[in-house]
Design a protein around this ligand. Structure first.
Ligand SMILES: Nc1ncnc2c1ncn2[C@@H]1O[C@H](COP(=O)(O)OP(=O)(O)OP(=O)(O)O)[C@@H](O)[C@H]1O
Ligand code: SF4
Ligand SMILES: [Mg+2]
Length: 333
């Protein structure tokens, strides 16, 4: 598993410190598909960089810890995120946002596999055997083996993304982080790639962490979800429970803005904007947009509390969230 504890990830900029991730704690369990959602700029990608152990200036882990438990030579070891780079590709791999640019444009796909796995055990196989294994893996993923001889620009966007997924999962890492893996693609291609990811996860029984702003995608494929707002975690729950009984008004609004089949009532977006992460407000960060906000909310930072087993929410009024009907004050979705 991966343990995230009291993590703050800050960017130092000329304007000041951007508190992109603030005091975040949660666990990532073995074998689950964990979804991370929240609107643009709430810190999802920054958190993923932290979980991958790829924190470089201007970003810094200013507080807290991220640790990964792995089994090596029959022994359990706890690895701090500063050491994760030693385990990249083999234990933990990353499909970054805008990953179309991940592939080197002047290197054929096959050589990108060779380069990525230079340090991995599989390299000991020798080039020819490795070549065979790569081809076999592509066949398993129903990808044409010919792509190995192509340059990235010769492939469609969807095919490139499938190749990146193949590259990131080739040696069956325990943890696969995917940051908006389908965002720039059309709906049909998106569905194909998500199906590929889910099938892979079922087959490998490993852990997937999927970032997406699309709640529909989360509903379909994740087991558990983390909802972020303005750099903080505001809700964590098994996906089915989160959709059935959200206990944070922001989550409720995210769910409510989803179109539903056969329901033609008007959907509402979330009015207003999130606060600046350079100078976030003292109390609840969602207060300026929340239909339940009062003076206490504007002064007190709501702690993340367990509202039922395995379900956490950071709202001072979590008990009333599902009982007070939503008011449509925002933009029409
Ligand atoms: N290199 C950087 N330098 C300074 N600030 C940054 C940098 N990268 C991101 N930020 C800021 O950190 C905050 C969180 O950004 P992040 O990219 O993690 O959000 P996100 O949730 O992934 O958004 P999106 O859904 O648009 O991908 C934002 O305020 C963003 O402007
Ligand atoms: S703490 Fe108050 S402002 Fe924040 S989400 Fe809950 S009700 Fe809304
Ligand atoms: Mg992002």
């Amino acid at each position: 598993m991966i343990r995230v504890r009291n993590v703050c990830l800050h960017y130092q900029t000329v304007q000041g410190t951007v508190k992109a991730v603030e005091n975040v704690s949660f666990d990532i369990f073995d074998g689950e598909i964990l979804g991370i959602a929240g609107e643009s700029g709430c810190g999802k990608s920054t958190l993923m960089k932290g979980i991958y152990g790829n924190v470089e200036a201007p970003l810094a882990l200013t507080q807290g810890s991220i640790e990964m438990e792995i089994e090596q030579a029959g022994e359990r070891q706890v690895i701090p995120s500063t050491q994760f780079h030693r385990y990249w590709w083999e234990h933990i791999s990353y499909i970054p946002q805008a990953s179309m640019s991940v592939l080197n444009p002047v290197v054929r796909i096959q050589d990108q596999f060779f380069d990525s796995y230079l340090r991995a055990d599989v390299r000991a196989l020798g080039k020819q055997q490795l070549q065979g294994r790569i081809a076999e893996y592509l066949r398993e993923l129903e990808l044409p083996v010919e792509v190995l001889h192509s340059y990235p620009h010769q492939l469609s966007g969807g095919m490139r993304q499938r190749v990146i997924v193949a590259l990131a999962t080739f040696v069956h890492p325990r943890f696969v982080l995917a940051d908006e893996p389908t965002t720039a693609l059309d709906v049909v291609v998106q569905r194909g790639i998500l199906t590929m990811l889910v099938n892979l996860q079922r087959q490998l029984q490993n852990t997937f962490i999927l970032v997406s702003h699309d709640m529909g995608v989360h509903y379909q494929i994740t087991d558990r979800m983390v909802i972020m707002y303005a750099g903080q975690v505001v809700e964590i729950a098994p996906t089915a429970i989160l959709f059935e009984r959200p206990r944070h008004p922001y989550t409720q609004l995210l769910i409510n803005s989803l179109p539903r089949l056969g329901d033609d009532t008007q959907r509402f977006g979330i009015g207003g904007r999130p606060p600046s992460l350079l100078a976030p407000p003292a109390g609840c960060r969602f207060a300026a947009r929340c239909h339940l906000a009062d003076d206490q909310c504007r002064q007190v930072q709501p702690p993340l509390v367990e509202v039922e087993p395995g379900h956490f929410a950071a709202c001072l009024k979590h008990e009333w969230v599902t009982e007070i009907p939503l008011v449509g004050g925002g933009e029409s979705a």
